[in-house]
Design a protein around this ligand. Structure first.
Ligand code: ZN
Length: 121
């Protein structure tokens, strides 16, 4: 359950930004989350709703965009999507090249967790 600490950090940043801009209310928050973070977006939204009670961000709408993982292979220079391992609800932390099975790959996308935009009023 690392959702709680991450949601807390996001909410802190949102409230901080809202205050700096003299916002009355945070209307909408746009967030991008890489699939490799294995964050549960439903849990995140639930935590956002809970911990923003009584703050300027109470009742804000959360748009969470999940970013697909992209890798670059250090052996065959394949660049693109990865293959999924294991079962539906389980994500093995092993990432390898779908073209040559090399595990020495660079992750170009899929590990981000950032706030893209905040709509205030
Ligand atoms: Zn490869």
């Amino acid at each position: 359950m690392h959702e709680i600490s991450i949601a807390g950090a996001i909410v802190d940043a949102v409230i901080d930004t809202a205050k700096k801009n003299n916002a009355q209310k945070v209307e909408e928050v746009f967030i991008e989350i890489g699939e490799l973070t294995a964050l549960n977006t439903h849990q995140l939204k639930f935590i956002f709703d809970t911990i923003t009670r009584g703050t300027v961000a109470e009742g804000a709408k959360y748009n969470i965009k999940v970013i697909n993982p992209l890798i670059e292979c250090n052996r065959c220079h394949y660049e693109g999507r990865i293959e999924y391992f294991g079962k539906l609800h389980f994500f093995l932390p092993v990432i390898k090249c779908p073209a040559c099975n090399e595990t020495n790959v660079d992750v170009i996308a899929g590990r981000e967790c950032c706030i893209r935009k905040i709509k205030i009023s």
